[in-house]
Design a protein around this ligand. Structure first.
Ligand code: ADP
Ligand code: ADP
Length: 237
């Protein structure tokens, strides 16, 4: 599903974010990427969706090179990748429903769908997505009226409405309390098991990784220092 071949990323100021990374991630895996702050977790995730360009190497998503893709081809590859961020990245002053419908934008070419009415089947999909994270009753609330955990579930619903095949979650629970953390991680895990959606989650704490992931990748200073099943991940970091 995802192949990362000899990938390095050096930032404009000379900082090395990633140093010759090689990884293959199969469909349906639930992978946790762990490491201390500055290890390169976020750089790796952002590289996969090409939120920034890499300096060296190539990344293949579903058999297609996202590194080489341009224009429409790049958009098509990105359609399969749903992003979840620490800070939720919802449109604050807009309804929950409309935020989830934003996952459908790109399936229609017109701007109308951003500001105007969506096709009925998209609205149905959005409600189904909200149901799957148990938050459909908030559909008409403003996104910024929700708690952090609820907002993160809306972000998950947006990815579901997008019908993404891959979820990239960059420290999705870093700003949540323990109870809410459990709810959000439970949702991600359940969706992974139900839909076989490939899930890659950056986590600061290895305990959470052990609890939810089937494979742990440890990064340090932009390099892979551990890659294996949870049972073999001891005190790596
Ligand atoms: P993590 O997500 O594990 O905390 P990052 O991927 O954010 O790590 O950072 C990896 C390295 O790249 C760090 O040394 C960080 O300071 C550096 N870095 C991240 N983003 C930038 C940037 N935009 N410009 C320069 N250096 C950056
Ligand atoms: P707005 O008030 O900006 O229209 P809403 O969150 O109420 O935002 O709805 C977003 C869009 O979803 C609507 O413009 C419409 O296209 C669609 N929509 C909302 N509710 C329904 C519904 N019950 N049936 C069909 N479409 C709906």
């Amino acid at each position: 599903m995802i192949e990362i071949r000899n990938v390095s990323k050096t930032y404009a100021n000379g900082t090395k974010g990633l140093n010759h990374i090689n990884l293959t991630i199969g469909q349906g895996e639930f992978v946790a990427i762990v490491g201390l702050s500055g290890a390169g977790k976020s750089t790796l995730l952002r590289s996969m969706n090409r939120l920034h360009d890499i300096t060296e190497g190539e990344i293949i998503i579903g058999g297609k090179s996202i590194t080489a893709a341009k224009g429409r081809n790049l958009r098509m590859i990105r359609r399969d990748i749903g992003m979840i961020f620490q800070s939720f990245n919802l449109v604050k002053r807009t309804s929950v429903l409309r935020n989830v419908l934003a996952g459908r934008v790109g399936y229609h070419s017109t701007l109308r769908t951003v500001v105007g009415r969506f096709p009925k089947q998209d609205v149905e999909l959005a409600f189904q997505a909200l149901d799957r994270v148990n938050i459909a009753e908030k559909a008409y609330s403003r996104a910024d009226e929700l708690s952090g955990g609820q907002q993160q579930r809306v972000a998950i619903a947006r990815v579901l409405a997008q019908e993404a095949k891959i979820i990239l979650a960059d420290e999705p629970v870093a700003s949540l309390d323990p109870l809410t953390t459990k709810q959000v991680m439970d949702d991600l895990k359940r969706i992974n098991l139900e839909s076989g959606i490939t899930t890659i989650v950056n986590l600061h704490f290895i305990d959470l990784a052990r609890q939810y992931a089937t494979r742990i990748i440890g990064l340090r200073a932009g390099e892979v220092v551990f890659d294996g099943p949870v049972s073999e991940a001891t005190d790596e970091k």
